[in-house]
Write a protein that binds this ligand. Structure first.
Ligand code: CMP
Length: 140
């Protein structure tokens, strides 16, 4: 992937509130190419595995329960400098601190239900994409 791909999930709150289409539109309008995309749902076990890096955090149990509470959209995206460019597009983790025009500012309600996930490094983008998609599904 080296720099050109990132991984995202549109989270249960955004799907439930009907923002899925608008968010995908924002993503493609920002110049990201969709390499792979899946409308799916995480079991609590799978959500726990995905967020295992946060296991010791006080919010881990709530995060796992929330992320397995409804459908999500998982996707692999491509653009130059994808990880950084995508984090700029989605805004700060806490929507109250997110810049105007960012996806979290527009669609997120709180730090726990914050509409969308974006990988924080190239290395994690590869790991997270592999959590949802086979090599064949990501081959374009
Ligand atoms: P995400 O980018 O998906 O990665 C980890 C998630 O943990 C993050 O988005 C937030 O939804 C959640 N998170 C991070 N910090 C907090 C916090 N202080 N309280 C509750 N949830 C948090």
């Amino acid at each position: 992937m080296s720099g050109s791909r990132t991984f995202t999930m549109i989270k249960p709150d955004a799907v439930l509130n009907g923002h899925m289409g608008a968010i995908i539109q924002d993503i493609t309008n920002a110049g990201f190419k969709i390499i792979a995309m899946k409308y799916t749902r995480l079991s609590a076990d799978r959500a726990g595995e995905f967020y295992a890096v946060h296991k010791e955090r006080p919010f881990y149990a709530d995060l796992v329960s929330y992320m397995s509470s409804g459908n999500i959209v998982a996707a692999v995206l491509e653009k130059e400098n994808a990880v950084l460019a995508f984090r700029e597009l989605i805004g700060a983790t806490d929507p109250q601190k997110a810049a105007e025009g960012t996806i979290r500012k527009k669609y997120a309600a709180s730090i726990s239900a914050n509409a969308i996930h974006g990988s924080d490094s190239d290395e994690n983008a590869v790991i997270e994409a592999g959590f949802f998609f086979s090599q064949l599904e990501m081959f374009v």
